[in-house]
Each structure stands twice: as C-alpha cells, then as structure tokens.
Design a protein around this ligand. Structure first.
Ligand code: UDP
Length: 332
C-alpha cells in the first residue's frame, strides 16, 4: 500500500515525504518540476515526472501502483502572480484537481489530504481565525484553493471521496538535516528574503508598510515550521485511514509576529546586521493573520514541536547559508 504525494518535489511536499518515509511509509511522488526540484525528491520514493492535468499521466500511476491515499500539493501558490495571471491558477490548480479527482474516483481511491491556505479567508472577521469563519479570498490564489476545497466537498457528497483540507498560515523553516529547504524562484516570502541580506544577495529587506494598526505598524503573521506542517499531513492521513469524515483544519502556532520582530529575530540568529527600509504596502495584505489551530490539536492530536521563532529562523538559516543558490549547484 503506497501513498501518492502530488507535488512531492516542492517545499512543503518534500518535507512531508521525508517525514512519511521516516515513519516507514511507501511513497510515490508525482511532480511536473515546474516549481519543484528533482534534488528534493527523496531517494527512497518512486518518482513520476508529469502533470496532473494529463488524465493519462494520472491514470498510469493509479494503474502501476497500489495507491491507498493521496496527498495533494501540486499547485501554483504565488499571490502576486495569481493576480497578474489568474487563468494560469484556474488551469493548474482547479482544472488539475478536477482531472485528479476524476481519476481517483475511476480507480476507487477515495482519501485525499489537501494543501490549502489561510488565503481562503481573505480579510479576517475574527482573530484568531476559526475554520468556520467567513471565506472571502482577496486574491486568485486563495480563490482557486477554495474552489478546490469545494470541488472535494461536492465530490464527497456524490462519490464518498473523503478529504482533509489543511489551511496553512506562514510556512517557513527547513528540514533539520539541512538537506532540503525553501527554494522559490522568484522568492517572495519574508524569511528567505530577509536572510538574503546577511548572505550579501540583497542590500536590504523592504518592509511593506509600517502604518498598519498593529503594535509597531507592520503586518502580523503566524509563522509555522514546515516540519510541523508535514507532521499534520501524516496525522490527517491517519485520521482518514481510520475512517474520519471530510474535514478542514487551520495550521498555525496561534502567535503573531510583526515584520519588524521577524527581522530582529533574524539579526539575533545570524549575529549579522540586516538593513531594512520602509516600502509601500503590498496590495492585498491583511494587517494580521493568526490561526486558531485548536481543532487540529483536538481532532488530529497535532502538537507543533518547533513553534519558537528563533528555532524556525535558525533552521532556515542553516539551509540558506549552506545552499545560498537553493538546489542549484553551489558556486564556489
Ligand atoms: N513582507 C515584507 N517584505 C518582503 C516580503 C514580505 O514586508 O520583502 C511582509 C508581507 O507584507 C507580509 C509578511 O511579510 O506582511 C509575510 O509575507 P509573505 O510573503 O512571507 O507571506 P504571506 O503572509 O503573504 O503569505
């Protein structure tokens, strides 16, 4: 019995595969390597290169392998890009998931853990955000993830496909081995961008707005270690395999840090100066996003082990300082 991880060569996907294999699971990875990295594919996983929008590609995996359940990370995930090229997001995220679900139903595979996002909420109604709060995405990325969740909901109603959607807050950090980590191109996330300053890859970090209604005027986010996210996927898988019903869970630490606090913590961790400049607000950024993850703790038994921001940034620093060019061959 194998677990199929779609997008298993990407950031959160590869970390989840490492944890699954650590626990003795047999893992099959599919990834089109558009944003994933072949170097991040675990050597013990069987790898299929291809695109989930191709029905033949997905059918072939279900026919060759004995797949018990699916973990689905295969999607585009850049908020800015999704606003410039929304149809790319509908095509890959929504159409890709439609093909996947059709193939799963045809092959009688009816359990799926799905990588969703806090962007499904949009501007929050309440802090901390609860799973049954209003979902009103402010960008195409969040809208497509919400559409994918809904597609699963109605596929469950019609065909009994059981899903768990995990709504992540700000994923960050890297595997403790230092062998895999975050490597986006272009990079848009706060922590890797901050760490480019002490790596002499950028002169300063831009702070997108210091006039928000927060304690120091900068945006507050809930930063969650990628290994803790990976563990939540394994618990969600177990929940489904034990007969759990379809469900949605937030994944965050329930603690918010401002952009300035993240920069200060990065200075402390690296022991190096990090120049920062105030820049205009970034479109679509809510002032604060903090998760209530009580439901994941209660129902899944999730218990994040790396909630400390210093530890999170230290793990990211270990990865970036030894892989300043990501997975590309390190230049001398
Ligand atoms: N941010 C920033 N400068 C940057 C990148 C991000 O000030 O160069 C801020 C951004 O406005 C947000 C927070 O850092 O308030 C986290 O942004 P990120 O893109 O990492 O994640 P998001 O919250 O958008 O998912």
């Amino acid at each position: 019995m194998s677990i199929l991880v779609l997008g298993g060569a990407g950031y959160i996907g590869s970390h989840t595969v490492y944890e699954l294999i650590d626990k003795g699971a047999d893992v099959v990875i599919a990834d089109n390597l558009e944003t994933g990295h072949i170097e991040a594919v675990h050597p013990k996983a069987r790898f299929y290169k291809g695109d989930i929008r191709s029905r033949g590609f997905v059918d072939n995996i279900f026919e060759n392998e004995e797949i018990h359940a699916v973990i689905h990370f295969a999607a585009n995930s850049l908020v800015g890009e999704s606003m410039v090229d929304p149809l790319k997001y509908y095509d890959n995220n929504v159409c890709g998931t439609k093909v996947l679900l059709e193939s799963m139903i045809a092959h009688d595979v009816k359990k799926i853990v799905f990588s969703s996002t806090a962007a499904t909420y949009g501007e929050p109604e309440n802090i901390p955000i609860m799973e049954d709060d209003r979902t009103c995405p402010t960008n195409t990325y969040g809208e497509t993830k919400l559409a994918m969740e809904k597609m699963m909901k109605w596929t469950d109603a019609a065909h009994g496909l059981k899903y768990v959607a995990l709504r992540y807050f700000n994923a960050c950090g890297a595997h403790e081995s230092g062998s895999i980590g975050e490597a986006h191109s272009p990079e848009t996330h706060l922590i890797p961008l901050i760490l480019q300053v002490p790596l002499n890859q950028r002169e300063y970090i831009s702070i997108f707005g210091d006039d928000y209604d927060t304690k120091d005027g900068t945006c507050i986010r809930d930063y969650i270690h990628v290994t803790d996210l990976a563990q939540a996927h394994i618990l969600a898988l177990k929940y489904l395999l034990d007969g759990g019903d379809s469900n949605i869970f937030n994944l965050g630490n329930g603690i918010g840090f401002t952009v300035k606090e993240v920069i200060e913590t990065a200075k402390k961790v690296t022991g190096l100066e990090i120049n920062a400049k105030i820049a205009p607000r970034r479109a679509g950024d809510p002032a604060r996003l903090i998760a209530s993850s009580d439901k994941a703790r209660e129902v899944l038994g999730w218990n994040p082990q790396h909630a400390d921001l210093e530890e999170i940034i230290a793990s990211a620093w270990k990865w970036h300082s030894t892989h300043p060019h990501g997975f590309r061959k390190q230049e001398a």
